[in-house]
Design a protein around this ligand. Structure first.
Ligand SMILES: [Zn+2]
Length: 344
């Protein structure tokens, strides 16, 4: 699992670098990760999209990969980090029975993608404290959360391995003058914050517009305000530490919750689970769970469509921040053809 998946940047990528460009102290560590820049060279806004904050939230990772391999930018810039916590992809979660990888067929052959873990690998950051204190706020969480990238923002230059990755991402947002940053996740069907957009208060109007447009595209999705007193999260700390409009999105993950049945690659890709169907019938879940499940193309397609809507609508709120992209797969096409049809 220490060998990264091979990705195939599309023609829209104008520069590839590493996260350590923005914070050299992580160069040569397992926390460094590729950063892809799609620069139209035409003035406009800048959007950052993260996949792989949590390596076991496959739709977030593959949505960023789909953009990497397909999107072209005509106005403004788009920056993609598909494997935000690269260390999280070098192991998977103990006792969850997750597969180490999934295989997706494409018109050009099979592609393999790692199913990683929520946390930084303990061989890169050890031992965990009894209690993890988020230094900037004093907030206390359970010890292993010290290895959760999405509890480590805005990060610390002199902090832990994970806090340094967080710091590097915050530095990228500052140095690239990112206007809009989107962190792509998945969550279990029984978790209250699922199938939703979480927005920092300065991003709320934009998120509301995107939410309405997604409903009109037959993508029902919720919207929540980033809690002001819950620290370390991207949607809170990016917005507080910088001028960026900070967004986090959650799709419905079949493979993470406590009610699921057999856990294998098919659960990650096809998303069918009869126990979740039963739980849904008993109104125990935060989302509907049909027999047809939550297949990967639906979860990736929702994230990709939402990112595209955010880019399209940013210019309505700030005309000098317009971003225009082409080549982004349409939601209905992805539902019909699957994720693999859009991978190189
Ligand atoms: Zn997550």
């Amino acid at each position: 699992m220490h060998k990264p998946d091979v990705l195939h940047p599309g023609d829209g990528v104008t520069r590839q670098t590493l996260l350590s460009e923005y914070f050299p102290a992580i160069a040569g560590t397992a926390g460094d990760t590729p950063v892809f820049i799609l620069d139209s060279k035409s003035p406009g806004g800048c959007m950052l999209v993260l996949g792989g904050t949590h390596g076991d939230e496959t739709a977030g990772y593959l949505a960023a990969v789909t953009l990497l391999e397909n999107a072209k930018v005509q106005t403004g810039r788009v920056i993609l980090i598909p494997r935000a916590n690269a260390s999280g992809f070098t192991h998977n979660v103990a006792q969850e029975a997750h597969p180490q990888r999934i295989v997706i067929s494409t018109p050009h052959g099979a592609r393999s993608f790692t199913v990683g873990a929520r946390y930084t690998n303990p061989i890169h950051q050890w031992p965990d404290p009894q209690v993890y204190t988020h230094v900037a706020s004093g907030q206390s969480l359970s010890g292993p959360e010290t290895r959760n990238l999405n509890r480590s923002y805005p990060g610390r230059a002199e902090g832990t391995f994970t806090e340094r990755i967080a710091f590097a991402i915050t530095e990228l947002i500052r140095k690239e003058k990112v206007d809009l940053a989107i962190d792509l996740h998945e969550a279990a069907p029984e978790y209250p914050v699922v199938n939703t957009i979480v927005a920092h208060e300065r991003a709320m109007d934009l998120a509301a517009m995107v939410n309405m447009n997604l409903q009109a595209m037959d993508i029902p999705i919720g919207m929540e305000a980033s809690p002001k007193n819950f620290h370390g999260l991207s949607h809170r700390e990016w917005g507080d530490a910088t001028s960026v409009l900070a967004i986090l999105m959650e799709s419905t993950s079949p493979g993470q919750g406590r009610l699921r049945g057999r856990t294998d690659a098919a659960l990650i890709t096809q998303g069918k689970d009869r126990f979740y169907v039963l739980a849904s019938e008993r109104h125990r879940l935060s989302v509907p769970y049909p027999e047809s499940g939550w297949p990967l193309e639906m979860r990736v397609g929702r994230h990709v469509a939402a990112v595209n809507e955010f880019a399209k609508n940013l210019g309505d709120f700030a005309p000098d921040k317009t971003i225009t992209m082409t080549g982004v797969p349409e939601y209905q096409a992805m539902l019909a053809q699957g994720v693999g049809a859009f991978l190189k």
